[in-house]
Each structure stands twice: as C-alpha cells, then as structure tokens.
Design a protein around this ligand. Structure first.
Ligand code: HEM
Length: 145
C-alpha cells in the first residue's frame, strides 16, 4: 500500500511535528475556519472569536490529544484501520461527530505542516500526507453505517 518514499515522507515529517504546538494550531484552525464545528465543543468554554479560540487551554489540550492519536497511525502505517478502530467507534457511537469533519481537520493539518516546513513540504511530501490523511479519515469513518 505504501512505497518506501511515502513511508519516509510521512515519518520524517512526523519527526518534526510538535504534538502540543501543532495540535493546538490545527484544532484552532478547524474551529475558526469551519465555525460550525464548534458545536461539538460546547464544553470548551469561550470560542467566540479567533483570539478566544487560539487562547483556549482546552482547545490546546485537545489538539495535542488528536495529534497524539494520529501518531499511533504514523507508527502503524500498515494497520491504520485497526489502530484507529476504537476512536472510530467513539466518534460514531458516543460523540456523534459527522465524519466529514475528519477531512476538515486533515485539511488544516496540511496547512499547518506546509507553514512549518516551507520549501521542504514538496509536492511529493504533500502527496504522501494527503494519502496518509485519506487512509486515516477512512479508518476513523469505518464505524459509521
Ligand atoms: C475526542 C482523536 C477529529 C470531535 C477525541 C479523542 C481523541 C480524538 C484521541 C479523545 C478520546 C478519549 O478521550 O478517549 C481524533 C482524531 C481526529 C479527530 C485522530 C482526526 C484526525 C475530530 C473532529 C471532531 C472531533 C474533526 C469534531 C469536529 C471530538 C470530540 C471529542 C473528541 C467532541 C470529545 C472531546 C471532549 O469532550 O473531551 N478525538 N479526533 N474529533 N473528538 Fe476527535
């Protein structure tokens, strides 16, 4: 399923990811760019402006959690479906998160990576990440039916 180049692109970029800072940035972008996603996070307090979202400690903590879960997928590229199965069940059965939202988070993560890596985020690296995120989003959507 993966070429050696794709695996290298995914793991070498991941080695530069800071789950805390980049997770905060990614989730904050989701909530700012796609404001209807805020409805899932009504327990997170003030999300009334971009500044409030960016300064919200619960958003930061949760962004870190999300990227740490994706780290599991990075480290198990050949069994992503299995690795994310429990989370798929949680988002579907308990949280009732529309699976379209996984793609929105993936979009925002790509932007965060592109900003962070600059020229090193080549089209080939970008392609590998789009594939990784598509596989991960499909795995998270597995439990919906
Ligand atoms: C909770 C991962 C996308 C909404 C969680 C948790 C993880 C996680 C690890 C914590 C589970 C636990 O406490 O046991 C992911 C991953 C995603 C993703 C890997 C995509 C790559 C999303 C999206 C939304 C969402 C796009 C909504 C727009 C939630 C909510 C919770 C949650 C509402 C519970 C938060 C709380 O009240 O603490 N997710 N998530 N997730 N996720 Fe996701």
């Amino acid at each position: 399923q993966w070429t050696a180049e794709e695996k290298a692109a995914i793991t070498s970029v991941w080695a530069q990811v800071d789950a805390e800072a980049n997770g905060q940035e990614t989730l904050a972008r989701v909530l700012i760019v796609f404001p209807w996603t805020q409805r899932y996070f009504s327990s997170f307090g003030d999300l009334s402006s971009a500044a409030a979202i960016s300064g919200n400690a619960k958003v930061a903590a949760h962004g870190k959690k999300v990227l740490s879960a994706l780290a599991g997928a990075v480290h198990h590229l050949d069994s992503i479906k299995h690795t994310l199965a429990k989370l798929s069940e949680l988002h579907a059965e308990t949280l009732h998160v529309d699976p379209q939202n996984f793609n929105l988070l993936g979009n925002c993560l790509v932007i965060v990576l592109a900003r962070k890596l600059g020229a090193a985020f080549t089209p080939e690296v970008h392609a590998a990440w789009e594939k990784f995120l598509a596989v991960s989003c499909a795995a998270l959507s597995k439990h919906y039916h």
